[in-house]
Design a binder for this molecule. Sequence first.
Ligand SMILES: [Fe+2]
Length: 349
Amino acid sequence: MDQSANPRTAAYRIGDDGTPRVVDAAGHPEVARLRAWLGERDVWVQDALRRDGALLFRGFDVGDAATFESVATAIAPVLRDDLPGMPGRPLTEFVHPSSEVAPHFPLSQHLERGHVATPPARIFFGCLEAPPRGSGETPLADFRKVFADLSPNTRDRFEARGVRTVRNLRGPSTGRRPWSQERWDCVFRTSDRQAIEARCARDAIQTEWRTDDGLRLTFDRPASRAHPETGERVWHNQVAPDHIGAATLDNRRIFGLRPGLRSLLLWQSMRLRLALIRRTPPDLVPSFCTYGDGQEIPETDLREVWDAIWRHLAIWDWRRGDVLVLDNHAMSHGRFPYRGRRRVVTCLA
Ligand SMILES: [Fe+2]
C-alpha cells in the first residue's frame, strides 16, 4: 500500500498493485468524506481507471442503493438509464440489481452493452450483501491484454471475419420455448414494436419479428475495437458471453480452480445442456455467436479465447459496502456461481 496519491490529504490507503486497485477507507468510512475526496481527485481517478481498468472502494458505509448511487455520481455525475435490458426492478432511478440470472449459472466475461452504438464508459457495482467467501465473485479481465495475448493467427482470423451474434427473445404471447428467453417487452421496456425497431436501428441491430410473437436480434460486429480514449486495441465482441458453449467453457475452468463434487456436477450439467442446445433449432436458442460470415467458431479458437481470458482473470472476494468502478471500454466482468444470499447492485455511466 502507498499513501502517496496526494500526501497532503490522502487519509485513505491506496493499493499500489493488483486488480482491482483498492482505495481503503482506513478507518474513515463516511461517504460524504469519500465524495469530497473524489471531487478533488477526478483527474487521478480517471487516469487510474484508464490505466488499471478498475478501482475498488472498500470499508465505506455503503449499505443501500441510494448511498451507492451517491458514490457513483461523485465519479460520474451523469448516469445512464437509456440502455435496454437493465435487470430487475430499479432500486433508484439508475440503480438495478446486477443480474437476475440463476445463482448456479456462471456469467462469462463481457463489456457491458458492448454491442450498442455508445456503450457505457463506466460500470459501477455495489455490494450490499456479500456472498459466502469463495463464491459469487465478480471476476475481471483486461480485454486489452486478452486481445494482445491471442496468437496472431487466431487474432487475424477473428479480425478478418468479425463476429455475428443472434439473440432470440420471446414475446408476451409466445408459447413455451425449451430454454429460458427474455421477453422483448421487458428488455426494451415498451411493447411498441416501432420504438424497438428504431432503437435497434440506432445500434445497427437487425430485427426480425417471428410468427410466434418472438423477436430475433442479429448484429455483425468487428472482433476488436480501439479504446475510445487511449486508442489501444481491445477484444470487443460477444463471443463470451453469448456463445452457446460459454457456460461450459467457464464451468470447466471453475472446476479446475475449485475441484469438488458441486463444481463437477455444475460443469457436467452445463455439458449436458450444451449437447441439448446443439439439437435445438436455432430460433429457440436464447443466443449464439458465429464468425461474421455465419460459419461456426471452431472449438480450438474458443478454447484459445477462454485460455487468454482466464490467464488474465482477477478473482477477488466481495465485502459488504464495496463499490467497484470499471473502465467499461477495457475491463470486462463476469460472475461466478454461488449459493445463499448475495446482493450486488449496479449502475452505468
Ligand atoms: Fe454485466
